[in-house]
Design a protein around this ligand. Structure first.
Ligand code: PLP
Length: 563
């Protein structure tokens, strides 16, 4: 086990539905990556945070207000304590760090160990014991302390556990980039020096790989130097201004950029946007994927097992989904839809019907994702529902506790739900998580995605839908720019966004959305079912076969890990 050569670091990771150590897309990607690494027998080891109280559990009150409570879970029931501990220094205090191990076993039996760091030890000061309680909780100071634990503590823990052959450290987003400091210290010490030199920097760059996920500068972690000085208590960081700080702040994205030999964005367009944002660096792109077996619903899995045996081992073979008998694909889809509608009934008391066109929208509730775009013109939406003999909408998503606008959007959705009452059934399902994500992406008829271009780095939920034969109706951004074949894998909304000089325009995008529903989606679904099923088959064959973490990881292997 200790022969691992790649350490994969992520602030969050979605391991199983019962372990709430993730907030959203970043953690789901980390989990899917490690699951595929296990399938592919790759020599990875994962490092993340324990998050004893999770991200948060979401309830929505009768007025649509989000109520946040801790996610209660038993660490001991799901994880085993690792055999070694380590420590870091924060503000001059020694903070002891232990880890909890979760083993991901691939279909081939290969195991990827994942270590979740935990500072809740009696030997630690009270304030330090809470550093691994919450994911993305607290203020800047708390966040920086957490990132010391993840980056520096993570590298030290791997060493303490005997992982002494790691040659690549992969930072899934900048949160873990303080690990470069630890690697620099090691490089410096191994040469018998005390001061970091540019040779050490070159040595560390060879070891590090950085994946950036955010296409807006404000989305990147940055800390005032004053705070950095207080928390890290070291001076050399300021001596090397070109590496560590820019404009008086430590920006963890720049730290990772400066100290990685390979940097990538998570879709082709996002690579270009990032390249533009960070002009001095070379930024490549590897488009995200999802773990095929995790996100394919049970009925479609059975169908694949019958018609495409070996698809778990070789996701590319899903291309032969084009020859699955249409009536069998439809039956499997309807089965998964019934499961979803049963959940809707149990959770909300709303009875939806399986023969009615059902659109899904679930993701983080935040302004740029525009979850209310579909409700832009309620009269027009009602007209579409008449044309389709009914329309059902299933929504879900958490808003970050500090994102007031995101929380307001949930309330607005509740308002629309009331106004549409009777004519169009709208449900908002509470506490979007892995389980609900699987149920919704595999059970609706069409997957809607309307972020404001170019703010969607990749997006992955449409890929989950595609594996289930659910076509996307999406703006041209993120992965959809690569995945959309108009009328064959789904449809583009708001084509004008293809022109990067055009600003996002809600009214125009809504108009385009209604137009696509009226002229393409509804006619195919309601009147040309065989055509609709053909689109479903192509969603699997063209997109399920490609936008998976198996293909994604093989690109990391070629471009980043073993180069
Ligand atoms: C897939 C998933 C996400 C990410 O969805 P995007 O389309 O990338 O926004 C977030 N949360 C959960 C629970 C998911 O399953």
């Amino acid at each position: 086990m200790n022969d691992r050569s790649i350490g994969y670091f992520s602030m969050e990771v979605a391991l199983t539905p019962d372990i709430p150590t993730y907030a959203g897309g970043l953690g789901v990607l980390a989990g899917d990556t490690l699951r595929s690494a296990a399938d592919m027998r790759l020599p990875l080891v994962g490092v993340s945070m324990l998050s004893r109280k999770g991200y948060f559990h979401q309830r929505i009150d009768a007025d649509g207000r989000q109520v946040e409570t801790p996610e209660i879970w038993s660490v001991e029931d799901h994880l085993k304590e690792a055999s070694a501990q380590t420590s870091v220094v924060i503000e001059g205090r020694t903070v002891h760090v232990r880890a909890w191990q979760y083993d991901i076993t691939g279909y081939s039996g290969h195991v990827i160990p994942v270590y979740l760091l935990d500072t809740d030890l009696p030997a630690n000061a009270e304030c330090d014991r809470h550093l691994t309680d919450w994911l993305y909780g607290g203020d800047l100071h708390f966040r920086l302390c957490q990132e010391v634990v993840l980056g520096i503590g993570g590298v030290r823990l791997l060493r303490a556990l005997g992982f002494d052959q790691i040659q690549r450290f992969h930072m899934n987003e900048g949160h873990a980039s303080l690990l470069t400091l630890e690697l620099l210290d090691t490089a410096t010490a191994s040469c018998g020096r005390s001061k970091i030199t540019h040779e050490d920097i070159d040595a560390v760059r060879k070891q590090c790989v950085f994946t950036t996920h955010t296409p807006v500068p404000a989305g990147h972690d940055q800390f005032p130097m004053q705070l950095v000085r207080q928390v890290l208590g070291r001076k050399d960081v300021y001596d090397m201004k070109d590496v560590f700080c820019c404009e008086g702040v430590l920006n963890l994205t720049y730290l990772a950029l400066n100290l990685s030999h390979y940097v990538n964005g998570v879709a082709k367009r996002h690579g270009l946007v990032s390249q533009h944002m960070f002009g001095h660096y070379v930024i490549d792109a590897i488009t995200n994927g999802v773990h095929a077996a995790t996100w394919t619903g049970p009925a479609i899995q059975t169908l694949f097992d019958h018609y495409i045996p070996g698809w778990r081992d070789d996701n590319y073979s899903l291309r032969s989904a084009v020859s699955i008998p249409p009536e069998e694909l439809w039956a499997a889809h309807q089965h998964q839809k019934q499961m979803l509608l049963q959940h809707v009934l149990d959770a909300t008391g709303v009875a939806m019907r399986e023969e009615i066109l059902t659109i899904g929208f679930a993701r983080r509730m935040t302004a740029y994702k525009r979850p209310t775009l579909l409700f832009h013109d309620l009269d027009r939406l009602q007209g579409l529902a008449e044309q389709a003999n009914g329309l059902q909408l299933i929504l879900a998503g958490k808003a970050h506790p500090h994102d007031d606008r995101g929380q307001e959007l949930i309330q607005e959705i509740f308002g629309y739900q009331k106004r549409l009452d009777g004519n169009i059934k709208v449900v908002f399902l509470e506490n979007y998580d892995l389980r609900l994500g699987q149920l919704i992406t595999s059970g609706v008829d069409v997957w809607l995605n309307t972020p404001e271009p170019p703010l969607e780095a990749s997006g992955t939920s449409g890929m989950k839908a595609a594996l289930n034969g659910v076509p996307s109706l999406s703006v041209p951004d993120g992965w959809w720019l690569e995945g959309c074949v108009e009328g064959l894998t789904g449809w583009v909304v708001g084509e004008h966004a293809l022109d990067p000089t055009q600003r996002a325009d809600g009214a125009r995008d809504a108009d385009s959305l209604y137009h696509k529903l009226e002229h393409d989606v509804i006619p195919a679904y309601c009147h040309r079912r065989e055509r609709f099923i053909d689109i479903m088959r192509h969603a699997i064959a063209l997109n399920g076969a490609f936008f998976n973490t198996q293909r994604m990881l093989s690109q990391y292997v070629l471009k980043a890990y073993f180069t």
